[in-house]
Design a protein around this ligand. Structure first.
Ligand code: HEC
Ligand code: HEC
Ligand code: HEC
Length: 436
């Protein structure tokens, strides 16, 4: 493995981090310490298991946070999503225990039940609560959920009417899969982009799958997210009917489909991608590592979110000198705003730069992208063009002088050493107004 690729592939780093954390044989008792400030059990487990996502101060800003969607919870506000308590209330200890033990399916929040004892979870919860003063003064009001309506075809039909009346489709689409949703570009209370859940994929519901779980979501909303509480706009019966309707929307997961169903499923995904190339391109750019390399990092290793996709990350590659990731925002002068589609394409799949010169096959992994389908490539370009322009002038590749070059070659070929690698601390580009 080449170290320089390793250094910047934060997405992979996250996975590695996670597996290290999970595989490490953590002993529940804190290491013996002579100091008087020995951390509590909750604090020490938090600092080994939770900190990389939730941050040492509980603000949801751990090193991995910028790569996660949705973002890890910020515990300092006391706002929790999955509760059995009224809208806006704090969660109960049982609610927190459940989220921690079962994890939040469809997000990066793992299920901790196999790794933490009940006592450890209790200690963790006490520690989480200490991040927000709300827990000292507020008492949550639990919601009683009882089943007034038995499930029947008529119940589901009545629930469909409630779904229409309450305009669930504006965010979740009339099919529950968001196809014709009008409220896209949703944000959570912390200003981060968030998607309305695909109601046809119930195994991704984080608050659970039982009728009571769904009822609670409708009744109490999801604090911190644009999913409102419907307690004031529907009566009990309507909310239960709606619950059964939501459950009826669930499709079968891929792993229990037969071959025909799998084919139909992927044909539909292809159609959706064609119908909405920008959404497809955004998905590809987010999942293929483009952001991880085409954005700069701070000295502490945090992704500089205000400069996402504006390039400026620096590599030192043995005899090849110094290389910088280009700015892929739509800025006309320093980004790809003026590039022809063909120029962008050959940069991604053939390693040919805009000026016609050749790239080596790393760090830009164009050899891995060489066989991208034309539709996907077009979708990536369609999305890149929608990224707001950031003026960030990226330096050209710097070659080494003859001596340094030969020394680099010697190390590489004779001493069989890997290339040196440095991830640039900060932005190597020049922003507008910077006096350089
Ligand atoms: C790999 C990243 C990751 C790690 C590690 C992680 N979490 Fe989370 N956690 C998340 C994400 C992401 C969310 C938010 C999910 C969402 O909004 O749906 C979250 C949410 C939560 C919530 C909020 C649930 C709610 O109702 O709002 C709690 C509580 C929580 N995590 C506790 C923990 C604890 C305790 C640990 C350590 C034992 C931990 N997490 C480790 C990613 C992580
Ligand atoms: C303004 C947009 C909006 C409206 C209107 C809306 N939702 Fe949601 N809904 C969301 C968002 C966003 C999420 C995901 C929140 C998150 O990720 O934290 C969500 C999540 C959900 C979930 C998944 C909960 C889980 O456990 O993960 C269910 C179920 C749901 N909504 C049902 C409904 C129903 C039923 C209606 C109509 C009564 C409705 N929603 C109306 C935005 C909306
Ligand atoms: C591991 C890091 C890495 C990843 C992942 C990566 N890039 Fe790059 N990319 C680079 C570097 C470094 C360069 C500059 C290469 C050079 O000039 O030789 C580059 C160059 C490019 C260029 C060509 C610019 C030119 O000079 O002509 C384009 C276009 C591009 N990347 C798009 C993408 C897209 C789209 C993705 C995701 C699908 C992506 N890159 C993923 C590091 C990366």
């Amino acid at each position: 493995m080449r170290k320089h690729v390793n250094r910047v592939f934060m997405g992979f780093a996250l996975l590695v981090l996670l597996s290290v954390v999970i595989s490490r044989n953590f002993s529940a008792s804190a290491p013996p310490s002579e100091s008087k400030n020995k951390p509590s059990l909750g604090e020490s487990v938090y600092n080994s298991r939770c900190v990389m996502c939730h941050g040492s101060d509980g603000k949801g800003n751990g090193l991995a946070a910028a790569f996660l969607h949705p973002r890890p919870r910020n515990f300092t506000t006391g706002v929790y999503k999955f509760r059995s308590t009224e809208s806006g209330n704090l969660p109960t200890d049982d609610d927190l225990t459940r989220s921690i033990k079962q994890g939040l399916h469809g997000t990066s929040m793992p299920d901790w039940a196999p790794f933490l004892s009940d006592d450890t979870v209790k200690a963790l919860i006490e520690y989480l609560k200490s991040f927000s003063p709300r827990f000292a003064t507020e008492k949550p009001k639990p919601v009683k959920a009882s089943y007034p309506t038995p499930i029947a075809p008529a119940t589901i039909a009545a629930g469909k009417k409630v779904y229409e009346k309450l305009e669930c489709k504006s965010c979740h689409g009339s099919d529950g899969a968001g196809t014709d949703a009008v409220a896209t570009n949703l944000q959570d209370d912390w200003g981060y982009e968030i998607d309305a859940t695909n109601l046809t994929e119930p195994w991704t519901f984080r608050g659970g799958l039982t009728p009571t779980d769904i009822y609670l979501r409708i009744r109490t909303g999801i604090n911190g997210a644009p999913m409102p509480s419907y307690a004031g706009s529907a009566n009990e019966k309507e909310m239960w009917n709606l619950t059964y309707y939501v459950l009826s929307l669930g499709r079968r997961p891929l792993w229990s489909m037969n071959a025909d169903e799998v084919k139909r499923h992927f044909d539909k995904l292809d159609q959706d991608a064609k119908a909405n190339p920008v959404a497809r391109g955004k998905y590809l750019v987010k999942t293929m590592g483009c952001i991880d390399c085409h954005s700069p990092y701070t000295k502490e290793g945090y992704l500089m979110e205000e400069l996402l996709m504006a390039g400026g990350l620096k590599w030192s590659i043995g005899p090849y000198g110094y290389l910088y990731s280009p700015n892929l925002t739509s800025d006309k002068e320093t980004g790809i705003g003026n590039w022809k589609d063909e120029e962008i394409k050959r940069g991604i799949t053939r390693g040919i730069r805009k000026d016609g010169s050749r790239s080596i096959p790393f760090p830009m992994p164009w050899t891995s992208y060489a066989n991208l389908k034309e539709d996907d490539l077009n979708a990536i370009i369609a999305y890149l063009k929608t990224i707001p322009p950031i003026y960030n002038k990226i330096p050209e590749q710097e070659s080494l002088n003859m001596f340094a070059y030969l020394w680099g070659k010697f190390k590489m070929l004779i001493l069989k050493q890997d290339f040196a690698s440095i991830s640039y601390p900060g932005n190597a580009g020049t922003l507008k107004g910077a006096n350089q």
